[in-house]
Each structure stands twice: as structure tokens, then as C-alpha cells.
Write a protein that binds this ligand. Structure first.
Ligand SMILES: Cc1cc2nc3c(=O)[nH]c(=O)nc-3n(C[C@H](O)[C@H](O)[C@H](O)COP(=O)(O)OP(=O)(O)OC[C@H]3O[C@@H](n4cnc5c(N)ncnc54)[C@H](O)[C@@H]3O)c2cc1C
Length: 338
């Protein structure tokens, strides 16, 4: 294993922040990972596992060890008339995996096409888009428990998935490195067209019954059209989660803001964070070298030379503005790394 020092992370995070890592290593096998965890380099300081850096904000230089997850591979674990279980390496690119599934006629993940990042990060924040979340298809998550340096396989229930949540972000944060994920996919096409925009997009091109491939293509078209490409403007997708409030608070907010949108989420009401931010006037505003996208109030952008601290300060300002106006506390979806 080649440990690099004073390594620039500019190309390793989609914000394009030029933070430096004191040490950086690429890990391409479970044996290498276990050897690393057993080494004094790992034990002597802090470390962080990195996929594509598409859900991370480096606030400054990282005075520790960055472990770039590069364990590849995909194998079939089980196949029946109705299902297939695939085990996929944490270092595989998520979209390539989704595309391979559609090509091989293993269905379920189409709505999650083109989400940036690697497979190992997908269970961490339980990625979701267009009415679907990856946990619907997780069979188990495999990784190394860093305290014992032993492999563990967690069932879907043990992963405690929720809206952009999992055990890996909470109890097991920093203590478990995901090396592969098993997904249980359908052999029959069962399309999720619950998201209105997606149904409209697919109906533009499909005259007969839509197929999973048509759904996959529709998701790719929509995302390419709507989302802010980090190659053009550094960003990490949605910076904030949609807050959930109780019904009484929602009703009282409606008295002052009659058009406030809200969607039932269990016994709570989910409010689109983008709408809240728009009302505060932050959409399209610049803040030094950072800013809020003019197209998406939820997306914070780096205009080129922003520091992580600048983007962090901007996020603090937005949180304060939303709190002042609505009394609602926004939570960051992006992982802030100190
Ligand atoms: C333009 C854009 C659009 C996006 N759209 C969506 C969307 O529609 N839906 C959505 O849910 N997300 C979206 N995201 C966020 C991002 O794509 C996901 O969170 C993705 O899963 C992050 O993958 P990554 O490999 O880049 O993870 P990283 O950013 O590298 O890491 C994220 C976190 O996971 C941890 N981690 C990574 N790999 C491992 C591992 N193997 N073991 C343990 N911990 C690990 C890291 O330490 C970090 O805390 C978007 C981002 C961008 C830039």
C-alpha cells in the first residue's frame, strides 16, 4: 500500500475544495484494508473513508488518514425464479452498478440512476431519489468492524435505515468500513412511477407499457436536465435535509404562510427545505466565492475558489435565516469534515 502525504483532495470531493490530507491511501482489497487497520498509521490518528466525496464538505485540511475505498467486483450470490441477490464491491461506482443491473434485467434500482458516488456510501445516507430509496433493495451490508478488525455482515434491519439515515451515520460512525453490499433485486419488472415528474417524463417517449429501461433513461434525462453538474460548478447535491415538524406546528405556520407546502411522513409533516430557503431570499445569492444555486435553493455551490469554511459559513447563515423566519431548524445532509 502506498501512503501519500500532504495530498490534495481537490479532485476527491465534488465541491472541488482544495483541502489537503496529511495522509492518503487507496484500498483495493479486504486484505489490504485489514492490514491497514492493524497498522500503527491507522491506530495513531483519525481517519475517514472516502468514496467520490460527493456528500462531503472539507471545512479545512484533514489532519489524518483518508482511506479511498477502491474495492471492486460484483458477483451473484443467489438466484431464484423471482429474485437475484448480487454482492457488489464498495468501490464500484453506483451508477455503473445500476446500469449493469438494468442491462442484465435485474430490476428495482432504476429510480436511483445517476446518483453520484460509490456503492459503499449508498447505505451510509440511504440514498434516495424520485420516490425510491436504496434500502428497499438492500439484503445486507458487509464490512470490517474497526475495533476487532473482523468482518461483519449486517442484515437490512440491523442497518436501521431511515430518511437519509442509517446506523453507519450514527452508532457505527467511524467504527465500520463497508466493503460490499448485497442487493436483492427483482427478475420481474415492477416500476416505481410514484413521482409525478418522472411519470410525465416517461410518458413523453413511451406510448405502450413503459419498461425498466425506459424508466432508467427517463431518470437519466431528468437528472441531466435539472441537476447542477459538479464538473461545471462544485456542489454536493442537496446540502440540507427536508425538515419534519409536527402537525400543530404546521397548522400554526399556515396562519402566517398560507402557501407553505407539507407532505405527510408517518405522523409528521415534511417541509421542502428548498421552499423555506427560497422564502428567506437566499436562492441565487452569492457569498464570497460560494453561493446558493440560482436553479436550486438546496444546492450550495463553489464558484471556483471557495474554501470549505466559506461554504460552511454560508450554510450557517442559511440555517439562521430559516430559523428566524419559520422557527424551523435545518439539518445538513452533507457530512462536514473537520
Ligand atoms: C450533483 C449531486 C446530486 C446528488 N443527488 C443525490 C440524490 O438524488 N439522492 C441522494 O441520496 N444523494 C444525492 N447526492 C449525494 C451523494 O451522491 C450520495 O450521498 C452518495 O451516496 C455519496 O457517495 P460518495 O461515494 O461520494 O460518498 P462520500 O461523499 O465520499 O462519503 C459520504 C459519507 O459516507 C462515508 N463513507 C463512504 N464510503 C464508505 C464506506 N465504504 N464505509 C463507511 N463509510 C463510508 C464517508 O466517510 C462520508 O461520511 C448527490 C450529490 C451530488 C454532487
Amino acid at each position: 500500500m502506498n501512503i501519500l502525504r500532504n495530498f490534495s483532495l481537490k479532485k476527491y470531493n465534488t465541491f472541488g475544495i482544495d483541502a489537503k490530507a496529511a495522509r492518503f491511501v487507496s484500498v483495493a482489497s479486504i486484505d489490504d484494508l485489514r492490514q491497514l487497520i492493524g497498522s500503527s498509521i491507522y491506530k495513531s490518528g483519525k481517519s475517514l473513508v472516502l468514496g467520490c466525496g460527493s456528500n462531503i464538505l472539507f471545512r479545512g485540511d484533514f489532519n489524518g488518514l483518508i482511506i479511498s475505498m477502491d474495492i471492486k467486483g460484483m458477483k451473484m450470490v443467489e438466484i431464484t425464479d423471482r429474485h437475484v441477490i448480487l454482492e457488489v464491491g464498495a468501490g464500484e461506482i453506483w451508477h455503473d452498478f445500476v446500469e449493469a443491473c438494468v442491462k442484465n434485467k435485474y430490476y428495482g434500482l432504476e429510480n436511483l440512476a445517476l446518483i453520484p458516488g460509490k456503492v459503499g456510501a449508498a447505505p451510509v445516507q440511504n440514498i434516495g431519489a424520485y420516490g425510491a430509496e436504496q434500502d428497499e433493495f438492500v439484503y445486507s451490508v458487509i464490512g470490517i468492524d474497526t475495533a476487532s478488525n473482523e468482518e461483519r455482515e449486517l442484515s437490512k434491519e440491523e442497518c436501521k435505515f431511515g430518511y437519509r439515515e442509517s446506523i453507519f451515520k450514527n452508532t457505527l460512525s467511524g467504527d465500520f468500513i463497508i466493503t460490499s453490499v448485497k442487493y436483492k433485486l427483482n427478475k420481474q419488472e415492477t416500476l416505481n412511477l410514484s413521482y409525478k415528474e418522472l411519470e410525465q417524463e416517461i410518458s413523453k417517449f413511451v406510448v405502450v407499457e413503459p419498461s425498466a429501461e425506459a424508466l432508467f433513461n427517463a431518470v437519466c434525462r431528468l437528472r441531466k436536465r435539472i441537476l447542477c453538474d459538479p464538473l461545471n460548478l462544485g456542489n454536493a447535491g442537496s446540502f440540507f435535509k427536508n425538515p419534519e415538524i409536527n402537525e400543530d406546528t404546521f397548522e400554526s405556520l399556515k396562519e402566517s404562510f398560507s402557501d407553505i407546502p407539507g407532505y405527510e411522513s408517518g405522523d409528521r409533516i415534511k417541509i421542502p427545505a428548498a421552499w423555506l430557503i427560497e422564502q428567506t431570499g437566499w436562492k441565487g445569492k452569492r457569498y464570497g466565492n460560494a453561493g446558493v444555486s440560482a436553479r436550486h435553493a438546496l444546492v450550495l455551490v463553489n464558484f471556483g475558489n471557495a474554501t470549505g469554511q466559506e461554504i460552511y459559513d454560508l450554510s450557517e447563515q442559511i440555517i439562521a435565516s430559516v430559523d428566524d423566519l419559520f422557527g424551523i431548524q435545518l439539518d445538513r445532509e452533507v457530512n462536514v469534515v473537520e
